[in-house]
Design a protein around this ligand. Structure first.
Ligand code: BTN
Length: 290
């Protein structure tokens, strides 16, 4: 790929120390962009290859799951997108998202000496609060039911303080700095995530039970009392906390566990069970975020 790193050459130099000359050829570091996922999507229409990475110091239109926005204050977080070209069918695509969560947890453990957990489907948490969100956006290939590209977008609140975020998400947000008591090196963390994702992509068509096992180990969902909210009902977190009883699309449930296809198995109050697919629902704890 031609050199299109715009500006952030010091990041590239640091990444080179961790990843080597060859690997950084398809890593792009930007000072600011709307969304690294969208930036990479545009590149992938041309000739971007598997493993192409876009990292930004700031996003002005960061995208979250289920159509939400993702706050991305300048120099506080790690906002990165990684291009994958997995050979999986669309129905197995959810695995990629879950594996990415495992890869990021592994990297956070290694670099920050922290002990993260996964709130299904792929919010990463510390002390019951979210410090990282993952958004995997997929494009279908020409062959029916086959995926061509996955853009895995990872947003980590690395060195942010609570005041860097808007008031309505403060109750559920934290940062790696707040949880570990020291500022963390964003670029060192980016490098470790890239290593983890490179190795994940190499293994994606081979033995993958390890990722399922690791996902279940990181998961904090077991036996949680939660509210299940179908996508049509999503309006904002506060609706849920204020008056869940009035929303018929909101259902109280007990989490039985994670199924082998990464869906969430829950039991409702009437005794019925359901396996929830990540694209359709949002989960909230009974007393707040989890
Ligand atoms: C979520 O928590 O809802 C998912 C958030 C994903 C945010 C990341 S930041 C890098 C990438 N670019 C985006 O616009 N979104 C993802």
């Amino acid at each position: 790929m031609t050199e299109i790193n715009t500006g952030q050459t010091e990041h590239i130099d640091m990444l080179k120390d961790f990843l080597g000359e060859e690997r950084i050829k398809n890593i792009i570091c930007l000072e600011s962009t709307g969304s690294t996922n969208l930036f990479l999507k545009d590149l992938s229409k041309d000739s971007a290859t598997q493993g192409t990475v876009v990292i930004a110091d700031e996003q002005t239109k960061g995208r979250g799951r289920l159509g939400r926005s993702f706050e991305s204050p300048k120099d506080k977080g790690l906002y990165m997108s990684y291009l994958m070209k997995p050979k999986v069918s669309a129905e197995n695509a959810v695995r990629i998202t879950a594996w990415t969560a495992v890869a990021v947890c592994n990297a956070v453990k290694t670099v920050c000496k922290a002990d993260p957990g996964i709130k299904w489907v792929n919010d990463l948490i510390l002390s019951g609060k979210k410090f990282c969100g993952i958004l995997c956006e997929m494009s279908l290939g020409e062959k029916k039911g086959q995926i061509s590209d996955v853009i895995a977008g990872i947003g980590i609140n690395v060195n942010g303080d609570i005041n860097d975020l808007s008031e309505d998400i403060r109750y559920k947000a934290t940062s790696l700095k707040a949880e570990t008591g020291r500022a963390q090196d964003r670029i060192r963390l980016a490098a470790e995530i890239i290593k983890e994702l490179d190795s994940m992509c190499l293994r994606s068509s081979g033995k993958t039970e390890d990722y399922l096992k690791a996902y279940k180990k990181y998961s904090i969902m077991q036996d949680k009392e939660v509210y299940v909210r179908k996508t049509e009902a999503i309006r904002g977190d506060n609706d849920l906390i204020r008056d869940p009883g009035k929303d018929d699309l909101l259902k109280h449930a007990h989490v039985i566990g994670i199924n082998d296809d990464f869906s969430l198995l829950v039991r409702y109050d009437d005794g019925s069970t359901e396996s929830l697919d990540s694209g359709e629902v949002s989960i909230r704890g009974m007393h707040g975020y989890i």
